[in-house]
Design a protein around this ligand. Structure first.
Ligand code: SAH
Length: 389
């Protein structure tokens, strides 16, 4: 099938964005089944690219290539995966990495996380779901993995008319695995952990706390399986308190402390961080370093204000808990809050807390989650360390 873009649309697609919305499409020739590969042309007939179509989705077509000669077959996916692996190896993300970061690896709606010999896959659009067998075969061939698992138990699949599922894509294996990161070991629960089981996007940021936790009393809220907490202990913290609302996460965090021999230093509690931070501010508790990595707070553009309010509130409380001259480590993981808005929010919190901030470190997700400039939402993680004067 050939699909033609309307004449009067912006130049987003022409400039490299792979998504084509329904209202950007005009004429078409031929027919296609949902999920099929189609060719896209501009209104005057010049070739734009090839991608997969889904009439049930607002994002009608996602482009896989802009090369007319590319044939979209099993080999094409194997090539893309090989290229992505070369990039990770070049940058030193070998043992664990986000092997495929969707649009940024020219494989829209595909996520593959590599945890040493294990792979976790998400196929978040119908058109990529159809190629799942080809993708699995390519992984088998390139990596001879010990196991492949799909974590397609995510609500966005409903926007593509797909059900939520999870399960093995290889022979069954023990889904509780251990990975190494920055000289520490972490339990990863591939089957029941959050998202793909582990947040690889913070792997460099965890290292960034190295010089601000030595001898410190540290508080980490939203700690999940205690990854920052364990790093703090590893880098010399005197004591670490980690908080997370999920009992499961806290149980794993405790096992991670044990695994690394830091059970005496790292303690964890399953609580609502909003309530506890508020209480501890009131009680006058103070820490040398406070680490905050809250969830996205919103999934939709309409609710950005709600997210801003959440970020401001939690950072205000976090700042108040930092001793003068101590450090706040804070992050935001949603692309709906752009970097400048996040900084503004932290600034507002500082004003309310009557504290002055001195910036130590300001960065984004690890480079195995590359940011494609033509696709702004590939930048989503904000990570900030400030000294709170
Ligand atoms: N820093 C972690 C990732 C944190 S993800 C890492 O790098 O591995 C956000 C976490 O916040 C999740 O584990 C979630 O369970 C937790 N969470 C969500 N709402 C919460 C709340 N109100 N209080 C405490 N934890 C909460």
């Amino acid at each position: 099938m050939k699909c033609f873009l309307r004449k009067k649309i912006g130049d987003r697609v022409i400039n490299g964005h792979p998504w084509i919305f329904g209202n950007e499409l005009g004429d078409s020739e031929g027919t296609a089944e949902p999920g099929d590969i189609v060719e896209v042309y501009s209104y005057n007939g010049s070739f734009v690219g090839k991608g997969y179509i889904n009439p049930a989705s607002q994002i009608r077509i996602r482009l896989l290539t802009r090369q007319k000669d590319d044939i979209i077959d099993d080999k094409f996916f194997a090539r893309r995966i090989r290229e992505a692996w070369e990039y990770r190896k070049q940058l030193g993300y070998v043992e664990n990495c986000r092997l495929i970061f969707g649009e940024a690896d020219q494989l829209p709606a595909l996520i593959i996380d590599k945890f040493n010999d294990y792979f976790v896959i998400q196929t978040l659009a119908l058109g990529i779901e159809k190629w799942k067998p080809a993708i699995v075969t390519a992984l088998q061939k390139i990596f001879s993995p010990k196991g492949i698992y799909e974590r397609n138990d995510v609500p966005v699949r409903s926007l593509e008319g797909m059900e939520q599922i999870k399960g093995f894509l290889s022979e069954p294996f023990d889904t509780n695995i251990i990975i190494n990161e920055n000289g520490l070991k972490f339990h990863v629960d591939i089957e029941n952990g959050q998202k793909t089981g582990y947040f690889l996007d913070q792997q460099d940021n965890r290292r960034a706390i190295q010089h601000i936790v030595n001898g410190a009393n540290v508080l980490e809220a939203f700690c999940y399986t205690g990854t920052f907490s364990l790093h703090a202990a590893h880098y010399g913290a005197k004591s670490v308190m980690g908080l997370d609302i999920s009992e499961n996460a806290v149980a794993t965090a405790r096992r991670n402390a044990e695994l690394n021999g830091y059970s005496d230093i790292c303690k964890f509690q399953a609580v609502n961080a909003f309530d506890v931070l508020k209480l501890w501010v009131k009680e006058g508790k103070r820490y040398d370093t406070v680490i905050l990595d809250p969830p996205a707070f919103t999934k939709s553009r309409e609710n950005i204000q709600k997210a801003i309010t959440g970020y401001k509130e939690i950072n205000l409380r976090g700042m108040k808990l930092v001793k003068p001259g101590g450090f706040l480590v804070t992050a935001s993981c949603t692309n709906l809050v752009p970097p400048d808005l996040f900084l503004k929010t932290i600034e507002m919190a500082a004003k309310d807390a009557h504290r002055t901030l001195r910036q130590v470190c300001w960065q984004t997700q690890a480079s195995d989650h590359p940011i494609l400039w033509n696709v702004p939402n590939t930048q989503y993680l904000k990570f900030l360390i400030v000294q709170v004067l």
